[in-house]
Design a protein around this ligand. Structure first.
Ligand SMILES: Cc1cc2nc3c(=O)[nH]c(=O)nc-3n(C[C@H](O)[C@H](O)[C@H](O)COP(=O)(O)O)c2cc1C
Length: 490
């Protein structure tokens, strides 16, 4: 099949775990994961590729220790921390904006800062912090403001159909009733994809698999938005070729430094086709698969983000050349999605300060001022605006350039629902929810803590995630995916 061929060409082996023992499965998973990390540069590009992992207790080993009752979770975390060291393995300055990227090997140093400063028992108090109080998104009444971030995990088969344990992954993270989840980036069409084992939402088989996810999350009393995306120049040309001879495209013919040649600039006719593909994908997600809404992936260097960016978009037609021109594609895609599913079920995710995928915006403020103002004026009932903070870039921590802040977007968008993501600790999440009423989106912490809202509310220590298992292409192995422990008891 095309997907397998693509995977072979891309150096990705068959699904890890088939017909081998646990140790081999783990080894295969890690090997596959390393290949996955290289390919994953496209959607959540790692500006720094992962270094070989130093030896550390694997997640599975930690789980075993905990389950066997030898040591409690805190000590297990401490074991992992002490054997890992706390310092980033490497740092380097990226881009003219002066972001300093910090890459931690294997286990997330960030998780350390997520440990609560002190336990509390807010759940039993009448006046809980606002983070644990309800919020409204469209017509949905969300029980608290801790949101699952969109997180690509590559647990789809060669036909881009989510594997059976994808359901378990989302159900686990929906365990606190009334939670809001956002799915991983899901491709709108084969021609918009270009990485093996990323899920799609164009075929009946994919829709049925996603329908199972949505209905099982709803059965938990929780809610789930569906993130849709297109890769543009972040795709891998060989994979597009292998999966159907699709053209390698972008907002403009500006080369991605990790790709062999520049993309072809989308023609006006192709732009119209893409808008239609986004609308169909939104409709599939909401009307056929039963999701509560759709979020446009316009961040971290994907196709819509390429249109917004003045370094990557050098078009001379109405889709470039000015702030208004560069915002046109995103606004028209949002409009197409709204026509398909309605304003209250449509949302947008942006990352103004991101340097991932070789993106760089010398001054994003005029563009995102125009975009936010237009969104608010044209689509006053939009479900939410979701913005990534400058202290992360893609999947990793970054030291933001001086003055890099999304406060101007929040101010323009206020008082409408605002989701903020990127490097939040328990304390900073409580603070921003308290001060601004934001919903706070957690990525890496939610990977390793399926009951994150429960833990944050009660000040329960957090499990540390293992980056080795973030991306394991086509794997059905639960290791580092669905085997993180939940401590929620009520
Ligand atoms: C493994 C992994 C996969 C990710 N995949 C996506 C994705 O599919 N779509 C997206 O918009 N962001 C993606 N991100 C970015 C996260 O949504 C989030 O913005 C980032 O992890 C920062 O939040 P955190 O500090 O809470 O982890 C990914 C991040 C990680 C770590």
């Amino acid at each position: 099949m095309g997907g397998s061929l693509a995977a072979q060409r891309a150096g990705v082996g068959p699904a890890a775990g088939a017909g081998v023992g646990p140790a081999q499965r783990r080894a295969a998973g890690v090997a596959s994961n390393r290949a996955g990390n290289r390919l994953a540069t496209a959607i959540v590009c790692k500006t720094i590729s992962p270094a070989p992992a130093r030896r550390q207790p694997t997640h599975a080993a930690k789980t075993h220790l905990t389950r066997a009752g030898h040591v409690g979770p805190c000590l297990v975390n401490a074991l992992a921390i002490s054997s890992m060291g706390l310092m980033p393995s490497r740092t380097r300055r990226v881009g003219q904006s002066g972001h300093l990227m910090c890459c931690c090997v294997g286990v997330e140093a960030l998780m350390l800062s997520l440990q609560p400063s002190m336990p509390d028992a807010t759940s039993t108090e009448t006046s809980k912090p606002r983070l644990f109080q309800p919020a409204r998104i469209g017509d949905l009444k969300i029980a608290h403001r801790v949101v699952l971030a969109p997180l690509t995990r590559f647990r789809a088969n060669a036909a881009h159909v989510p594997l059976p344990h994808v359901v378990d992954y989302y159900v686990q993270r929906a365990s606190v009733p009334g939670s809001l989840l956002i799915t991983e980036a899901t491709m709108i069409a084969p021609k918009a994809a270009g990485i093996p084992h990323m899920p799609g939402i164009w075929s009946e088989e994919q829709i049925q698999a996603w329908k199972d996810v949505a209905s099982r999350v709803h059965a938990q009393g929780s809610f789930i938005f569906f993130q849709i995306g297109a890769l543009g120049r972040a795709a891998i040309p060989d994979v597009l070729e292998a999966e159907g001879g699709f053209p390698y495209v972008g907002a403009s013919a500006v080369q991605h430094p990790e790709r062999p040649f520049p993309p072809h600039e989308l023609t006006p006719a192709e732009i119209d086709e893409y808008k239609e593909l986004f609308a169909v994908a939104a409709s599939n997600a909401v009307h056929k698969a039963g999701f509560d809404g759709v979020e446009l992936h316009s961040c971290n260097g994907s196709l819509p983000d390429q249109f917004l960016n003045d370094q990557v978009n050098n078009r001379e037609d109405e889709y470039g050349g000015s702030v208004e021109g560069r915002c046109r594609f995103v606004l028209e895609v949002v409009e197409a999605m709204i026509k398909a599913v309605g304003q209250k079920k449509t949302a947008l995710r942006v990352s103004p300060w991101n340097t991932d995928n070789y993106m760089h915006f010398p001054d994003p403020i005029p563009t995102f001022t125009h975009l936010t103002t237009q969104l608010k004026t044209r689509f006053p009932d939009l479900a939410y605006l979701h913005v990534i903070e400058a202290r992360v870039s893609g999947t990793e921590d970054a030291i933001p350039a001086i003055g890099a802040s999304n406060a101007f977007i929040r101010d323009l968008w206020s008082p409408k629902p605002f989701l903020t993501a990127g490097g939040y600790t328990r304390d900073s999440a409580i603070k921003t929810a308290e001060e601004n009423g934001d919903l706070v989106v957690f990525g890496r912490a939610y990977i390793a803590n399926p009951d994150l809202p429960y833990r944050l509310e009660r000040g329960v220590p957090l499990t540390i995630g293992n980056r080795e298992f973030y991306y394991v292409m086509g794997s059905t192995d639960p290791t580092g995916y669905t085997d993180y422990e939940s401590v929620a008891r009520d």
